[in-house]
Write a protein that binds this ligand. Structure first.
Ligand SMILES: Nc1ncnc2c1ncn2[C@@H]1O[C@H](COP(=O)(O)OP(=O)(O)O)[C@@H](O)[C@H]1O
Ligand SMILES: [Mg+2]
Length: 141
């Protein structure tokens, strides 16, 4: 599924709506250049999963964890792999506990850098900056 959004708000809303399709146990692998909208998407998804805290980019830590409230889903793990070249550091901080948790949704920004930890059931989402504020967002299942 390919969608074009024309503002940060539209990307947020897309993710907010997409959250309602999740059941828990999903890993969303977000790929795209700096400024392509990965964090904007993550914020909308978090809101859609009932996360009350403001979600900010975890650039200076590898992972931030939030309490979610969406049926079965009670946790959101938000990972930023920007500075990584493999998933080893993530495994060291216990990322697989979250990835394998059926009550958790895991988002990985810059997921192309840590392909070795992608679970079989991951949902790949590609972000492309087009003209101005246009972003092409492709959700692959
Ligand atoms: N259609 C759009 N979707 C998402 N962000 C957009 C869009 N148009 C402009 N922007 C801007 O682009 C930037 C996206 O930043 P961010 O979500 O942090 O990107 P990333 O996490 O991919 O580096 C923000 O400054 C946002 O306001
Ligand atoms: Mg980001």
């Amino acid at each position: 599924m390919k969608i074009i959004t024309n503002s940060e708000q539209e990307t947020f809303a897309l993710a907010y709506d997409f959250a309602s399709q999740l059941n828990g146990g999903e890993t969303l692998c977000l790929i795209g250049d700096l400024g392509a909208g990965k964090t904007a998407f993550s914020k909308g998804l978090a809101k859609g999963l009932g996360v009350e805290k403001i979600v900010t980019s975890p650039t200076f830590v590898l992972m931030k964890n939030y309490i979610a409230k969406a049926g079965n889903i009670n946790k959101l793990a938000h990972i930023d792999a920007y500075r990584l070249t493999s998933g080893q550091d993530l495994e060291a901080i216990g990322s697989s506990d979250y990835i394998n948790d059926n009550n958790c949704v895991t988002i990985i920004e810059w997921a192309d850098r840590v392909r070795n930890i992608w679970p079989d059931n991951c949902i790949e989402i590609n972000f492309k900056s087009l003209e101005g504020d246009e972003r092409e967002i492709e959700i692959k299942k």
